[in-house]
Write a protein that binds this ligand. Structure first.
Ligand code: CA
Length: 220
């Protein structure tokens, strides 16, 4: 087992690494967020142990970035704050487990082993409509890659096919309620998505409902 451990507290890190090595777990150590992210993006690890409070980039930033890059390496978050909020945010961002500081290294090792025994990390979340298959886990539409925003938009449409989704609703969902983005962002993304529907040779199209929004339906 090889893990990446991102922790800025040197003495703690050394103590934990010492224990992990005794358990025949290889460890790469990063002492700040930027270095942590750089290493975490490499496909070298069975698991990543991420402290939340770090210089440069927080553990949550690293986690979010990893998941955005589609890297699904199991992550255990560490936090001295032991706040419910941190825990929820971490799990929201795709952490697999959470350990409050101070912790016993034996506990960390047990959690790492438990994590790596898990057969499948996540079952793919798939939505279907007619000949379309949206895979939210890999972010693909009929195996064509989507960006984050494209996936969020098509997800909204595919969940309520044949009915109009308001442009404002899409703006609020994808760009945030008080976003500074303009309505034509939605149009631009619709044109990207239409291109992908054509590339997928789908019979489904995105119909513009004038002055209202968009709906996903079969082409006539
Ligand atoms: Ca720290």
């Amino acid at each position: 087992m090889r893990i990446l451990y991102v922790e800025d507290e040197k003495f703690l890190a050394e103590a934990v690494i010492h224990m992990l090595k005794k358990e025949k777990i290889s460890v790469d150590w990063a002492s700040d967020g930027e270095e942590g992210l750089k290493l975490a993006l490499k496909p070298n690890y069975d698991a990543i142990v991420l402290d939340i409070m770090l210089p440069n980039l927080s553990g949550l930033d690293i986690l979010r970035s990893l998941r955005e890059h589609g890297i699904k390496t199991p992550v255990i978050m560490l936090s001295a704050l032991n706040e419910v909020e941190d825990k929820i945010r971490g799990l929201d961002f795709g952490a697999d487990d959470y350990l409050a500081k101070p912790f016993k290294t034996a506990e960390l090792i047990a959690r790492l082993r438990a994590l790596l025994r898990r057969p499948a990390l996540v079952e793919a979340e798939i939505l279907n409509f007619e000949d379309l298959e949206l895979n939210l886990t890999n972010r693909t539409l009929n195996n064509i890659e989507l960006t984050d925003k494209e996936a969020s938009i098509i997800e909204m449409l595919i969940k309520t096919p044949n009915s109009t989704v308001a442009k404002e609703q899409i703006l609020a969902h994808v760009w945030g309620a008080d976003s500074v983005y303009e309505e034509n962002y939605v149009e631009v993304y619709m044109s990207y998505l239409r291109k992908k529907l054509r590339a997928a040779k789908s019979k489904v199209k995105i119909k513009t409902v004038r002055n209202l929004g968009y709906k996903l339906c079969l082409e006539n």
